[in-house]
Design a binder for this molecule. Structure first.
Ligand SMILES: [Zn+2]
Length: 367
């Protein structure tokens, strides 16, 4: 048996875990830059918990709250400039995937000079500010990955900044920050988490340990399908979804994502379709493609979800996501030509051709 596993992030999960573990923030540095979006960290109480913990520690802090969804290159350079001018010596990210992804790039850019044209090169010194992550959605898994996924206008898609030293040092998981999330955001992020574990399970970089974690994540999310649909989630259900999304993050930290994410990025970049929703729209058609060559792998996924076939999964996901957007033939051709160039295409256990991607887009969007 061959196995490699690397997960250096300390994970602390539980009610009020930020406040209860405030001393950890003291050990990481003198003054953090808090990286977040404009509103949600205030509304869900996470920013208040963090600033309370810092104040009780006697630590100063600065706040960069301009991270938009699908963060841009300009955004991370601006955040890094603020970190330097404020003499911040560590980063605290609060939010969904966008603030967390931006925070990794900010922590990298604040510790070394990287020219814009070299940002996606992977040619960095092994130097980064320490990072504390606090997810406020249960989907991205960014709190346990080495990826910072940014909007790349030059390539008209999202591109990943990745390095083994970009794992956060500590992640605090407290599902109370998710209680105020809307039904749409809750569903889209849960579908993203499902997609991470499913794609990780169908990656040619998977191993026995990532498979075990992926199947655990998938079965937990499937148990919540009904509660997601009816929006009858208790705090305990929200905790399970958060745990499952962190499992999905640990999985893709090892396996990468696959064609579903490559194809979804175009839907987000050009059509402004939410990231998790984009993956959800595409995933079943991708699974049908894989099923032709690897039926046993798909069967195991379905068993983990207690479903009999992919048609049943498709019905559930479409009930969760509601009416689909419309795409034109030209859009599909452009999206497929961009997606086929993405690095994560090579991760699939069944590597699709550009024609396969066109077929998936056309089937999903009824063209
Ligand atoms: Zn994702």
């Amino acid at each position: 048996m061959n196995l490699q596993f690397f997960m250096p992030t300390k994970i602390i999960m539980g009610d009020d875990c930020v406040i209860k573990n405030a001393e950890i923030l003291k050990k990481l540095g003198k003054k953090p830059l808090i990286v977040t979006g404009s509103r949600s960290a205030v509304l869900n109480g996470s920013l208040k918990d963090v600033t309370k913990a810092l104040t009780e520690n006697g630590q100063e802090y600065a706040v960069y709250d301009k991270v938009m969804s699908n963060p841009t290159i300009d955004c991370v350079y601006e955040g890094a400039e603020l970190a330097k001018s404020e003499n911040a010596d560590f980063i605290i990210a609060i939010g969904g995937g966008s603030p967390m992804d931006a925070a990794k790039a900010i922590a990298l850019l604040a510790s070394q000079d990287i020219k814009r044209e070299k940002l996606f090169s992977g040619e960095y010194e092994e130097k980064v500010l320490p990072m504390v992550f606090i997810p406020t959605t249960a989907g991205t898994g960014s709190e346990v990955t080495q990826y910072s996924i940014l909007t790349n206008d030059a390539a008209k898609t999202k591109t990943t900044v990745a390095a083994p030293f970009l794992f956060p040092d500590v992640s605090f998981l407290d599902s109370k920050y998710m209680e105020s999330l809307s039904k749409t955001t809750t569903i889209n992020t849960a579908v993203d988490a499902l997609s991470h574990s499913v794609e990780g399970y169908l990656s040619n970089r998977s191993n026995v340990l990532t498979d075990a974690l992926a199947l655990e994540g998938i079965s937990i999310i499937a148990e919540e399908f009904e509660n997601l649909k009816n929006f009858t989630l208790t705090r305990e259900d929200r905790s399970k979804l958060l745990y499952a999304s962190t499992l999905g993050g640990i999985v893709i930290a090892h396996t990468g994502t696959t064609a579903v994410h490559s194809m979804g990025y175009s839907l987000t970049y050009f059509k402004d379709i939410d990231h998790g929703r984009a993956n959800g729209l595409l995933i079943t058609e991708f699974l049908k493609l894989v099923e032709k060559e690897k039926p046993e792998r798909i069967k195991t996924l379905l068993t983990a979800m207690k479903l009999k076939d992919l048609a049943e999964l498709e019905k559930i996901i479409m009930e969760l996501l509601g009416e689909k957007e419309k795409l034109t033939e030209e859009e599909i051709m452009e999206f497929a030509s961009i997606a086929i160039k993405a690095k994560n295409i090579a991760n699939c256990i069944v590597i699709p051709t550009e024609e396969d991607l066109i077929h998936i887009y056309k089937t999903v969007f009824d063209l």
